[in-house]
Design a protein around this ligand. Structure first.
Ligand code: GUN
Length: 294
């Protein structure tokens, strides 16, 4: 079997076009969604992510601002900035790029973001609402995974989905979303993690595998059921002497072997990555609409 390659870039472009129309419509009512991204320190990967988010805002006609703070920023200074952004009516969405430097308590920072501006869906109030099926925003990467499935004609309903990884950003919220009795969900979900002794036992039973463990090429073709759908959330840089830079990006899935067994697979790059950013834009648009109604 040769897997169908799910084109995340193309699907993200389709959604981008839909959002563009909505932004233009809001503009006529003098509402311009605005995303403020806060970057503390000089992590190069974070700089790339934040730059891409800003670029996408511009493409969609949304306002955006990036606030860069030095790596020795105190927690108090960051909390003061968030307080200001919470009270600024021109700001629709606030994104604090993670990870934060060691001296800053991540949880205190997340808790300080106004839930109605928490476009990442990291605040405990939003996480709680998601788990009881009353979401305000959907967390960006899990929403991207769900949207990729649905727009590729793969309905998780009645299927067994195995998620590898239990992070607060991907594994846990995705499990929460896919078990809801809702459209694009209603799946039987198993979450595997570092405490699972024999992961292959579960992965072999999966109709849909979502790899979000952060371990390069850990899922190989022999581990999955014939015809399974495989979604790769991982982004890992590995050594590759054949490239100019000496490295290349790979997912948590060993693409070459898995594509021979799976019925559909997402590539890295060009799979889940572009979807995450577009879901953030969707949330920022939603935040602007919600704040207007208040
Ligand atoms: N760091 C890695 N992924 C994310 C994300 O989705 N949002 C934020 N704020 N930081 C991240």
């Amino acid at each position: 079997m040769r897997a169908f390659i799910i084109d995340g870039k193309k699907i993200a472009e389709d959604i981008k076009a839909e959002i563009k129309v909505e932004v233009a419509h809001l503009k006529k009512q003098n509402i311009i969604p605005k995303l403020v991204a806060v970057l503390v320190g000089d992590n190069p990967a974070s700089q790339v992510y934040v730059r891409n988010k800003g670029k996408t805002c511009v493409e969609l006609g949304m306002d955006n601002e990036t606030i860069s703070m030095p790596s020795d920023t105190t927690e108090k200074a960051l909390l003061e900035l968030i307080h200001k952004l919470n009270n600024d009516s021109s700001v629709s969405g606030i994104l604090i790029q993670l990870p934060l430097p060691k001296q800053i308590n991540e949880s205190a920072v997340i808790n300080s973001i106004a839930p109605e501006k928490d476009v990442d869906c990291f605040h405990p109030v939003n996480v709680g609402k998601l788990s009881i099926g009353e979401p305000v925003f959907l967390p960006c990467t899990p929403a991207g995974v769900q949207e990729l499935l649905v727009r590729s004609g793969i309905d998780p309903a009645g299927k067994h989905t195995v998620i590898i990884g239990r992070s607060n950003i991907v594994g846990k919220p995705l499990a929460n979303m896919l078990i809801q009795k809702a459209k694009g969900a209603n799946s039987t979900v198993t979450v595997c993690h570092t405490g699972t002794p024999d992961m292959t036992y579960f992965i072999k039973q999966a109709d849909i595998v979502v790899a979000a463990a952060g371990k390069a090429q850990m899922i190989t073709g022999d581990m999955i059921k014939k015809g399974a759908v495989v979604i790769d959330v991982g982004i890992n840089r590995i050594e590759d002497k054949s490239t100019k830079s000496g490295t290349r990006l790979v997912g948590d899935v060993h693409f070459e072997s898995v594509k021979e067994t799976a019925s559909a697979i997402t590539p890295v790059p060009g799979g889940v990555g572009p979807m995450t950013i577009i879901m953030l834009m969707k949330n920022t648009l939603q935040a602007a609409k919600n704040l207007q109604k208040k």
